[in-house]
Design a protein around this ligand. Structure first.
Ligand code: NDP
Ligand code: PMR
Length: 399
């Protein structure tokens, strides 16, 4: 399959300029400002989607006044030193691969409590143990992104737990490259887009207010993207290419009954559905940024962590692919990164004080330095982002 794909590659690619960092590390939102408490916006309501204009009219931005049981920064009465409480970070799909490596990297610092939001509780518990994570640094909570009821239940339990939410990482994903027929989420959406995009869309929307309430110095919503959704790269030009078309399949509910299972309305293709879902992830991050960064101070970011060719993502691929993919990425494309290294990269996007710029798609160069990458035309199309947002709101029951 890999060789077939190579033969189909077009000859003109413009890969992103690695190593050139266009990143501006200045960001006024590091010490968060947020909307006045008396105007508590309902972030789940479609009518109040872009509240920036609302703020401009009312001038309602002022310093955060939300009372929390344990303020993020407190001054010790003994020596007057400022101390920062542990950050609370929710990571979806933390039972393996990138999510687990990130959970481990953050837990090891002792500065983070990681909420591992996983569909398989036992698997997550075993994974945390074998990664050597200490009990006091993590909590496992059940979340099945392929069920919107489960997403809502997770959000309810999280809110009831009374924990602050400082960072949310939308990491979980499924990839079905060999599926001949589509499979579906509990609500009947094609599984890859249903899980990777729609499940995360509902989760982030329902938790946005909790992030806003956080008094942590830098609060963030991170949605993991990928190079394979970006057709301005070599990897993104390996067929089947991501293409959301006019969104007719998404508008029809991706159910394979009265609509196509594919966003663009085409025939089912599991590999394309995954890549399309990654484009949705990257567009959603940008729409969040446009609508909510200014008024909430939340940093919205996406990233391509490198090719982590050994993870469970390829579990449904043919055995020959699983055998050849890691050496191919290591020695031919040189895009390979270990799970550990990728986990450190995502942990950086979670906690590094220099990565607070919002609306950015982060990548890393060969020296493992982060840089702001360029998204493909489709993955940065504002009009498409807005339409996907509106259609997704309808599908998940927010509009
Ligand atoms: P893994 O398969 O190792 O991890 C995926 C995680 O998602 C698993 O923990 C899995 O749970 C979880 N998951 C799947 N379905 C659901 C669901 N319905 N509800 C809750 N959790 C679910 O793959 P990776 O670590 O590689 O992937 C992590 C992220 O990295 C994805 O967003 C992927 O797109 C992205 N990425 C990966 C790259 C790579 O080269 N591997 C490259 C670029 C981006 P379980 O353990 O129960 O199966
Ligand atoms: Mg790809 C610099 C070149 C590069 C990089 C960084 C990746 C990453 N890949 C590259 C090139 C190529 N790949 C080339 C030239 C080929 C044809 C031989 C090729 C093939 C290929 C296949 C068949 N690559 C793949 C597949 C998959 O099934 C993976 C996929 O698309 O999953 C959706 C994949 C990937 N290549 C990558 C990365 C990161 C993946 C995993 C995709 C992801 O997680 O988004």
């Amino acid at each position: 399959m890999a060789l077939q794909a190579a033969a189909l590659l077009p000859s003109t690619f413009s890969a992103p300029k690695e190593g050139k960092t266009g990143a501006s590390f200045k960001d006024s939102s590091l010490f968060g400002v947020s909307v006045s408490d008396h105007i508590r916006p309902d972030f789940t309501s479609s009518a109040l989607r872009c509240k920036r204009e609302f703020n401009h009219r009312t001038g309602a931005v002022r310093a955060q006044t939300t009372a929390t049981a344990t303020p993020a920064i407190s001054r010790s009465s003994m020596d007057g030193k400022k101390t920062l409480r542990k950050g609370s970070v929710v990571i979806t799909g933390a039972s393996s691969g990138l999510g687990l490596a990130t959970a481990k990297a953050l837990a090891e610092t002792g500065k983070w409590h990681v909420i591992m939001a996983c569909r398989d509780f036992l698997k997550a518990e075993r994974a945390a143990k074998s990664a050597g994570m200490s009990k006091e640094n993590y909590t496992i909570m059940h979340l099945d992104l392929a069920s919107l009821d489960s997403v809502r239940q997770f959000v309810d339990s999280y809110k009831r737990s009374g924990r602050p939410l400082d960072v949310l990482v939308c990491n979980a994903a499924v990839y079905q490259p060999t599926a001949k027929e589509p499979s579906f989420t509990a609500e009947g959406f094609e599984l890859s887009v249903g899980t990777n995009h729609l499940g995360h869309f509902l989760l982030s929307r329902l938790l946005l207010d909790d992030l806003k309430q956080s008094d942590y110095p830098s609060k963030r919503l991170i949605i993991v993207g990928s190079i394979t959704g970006n057709t301005n790269t070599l990897a993104g030009n390996v067929p089947p290419k991501a293409n959301l078309g006019d969104l007719r399949g998404l508008a029809g509910g991706l159910n394979g009954l009265n609509s196509s299972t594919m966003i663009d309305g085409g025939d089912f293709d599991g590999a394309k559905a995954y890549k399309d879902s990654k484009v949705c992830n990257m567009l959603t991050m940008q729409e969040f940024h446009r609508c909510f960064h200014e008024e909430t101070g939340i940093t919205f970011a996406s990233l391509y962590p490198g090719c982590i060719a050994t993870t469970g993502l390829f579990r449904e691929h043919i055995p020959l692919f699983r055998l050849l993919f890691p050496p191919f990425q290591k020695y031919i494309t040189k895009g390979f990164v270990s799970e550990d290294e990728a986990g450190k990269r995502l942990a950086q996007v979670v906690s590094d004080p220099s990565l607070t710029k919002s609306g950015v798609y982060w990548s890393w160069n060969k020296a493992s330095a982060s840089f702001e990458n360029q998204l493909s035309q489709e993955a940065s199309d504002q009009e498409k982002a807005r339409k996907i947002w509106e259609l997704s709101e309808k599908l998940v029951g927010l509009a």
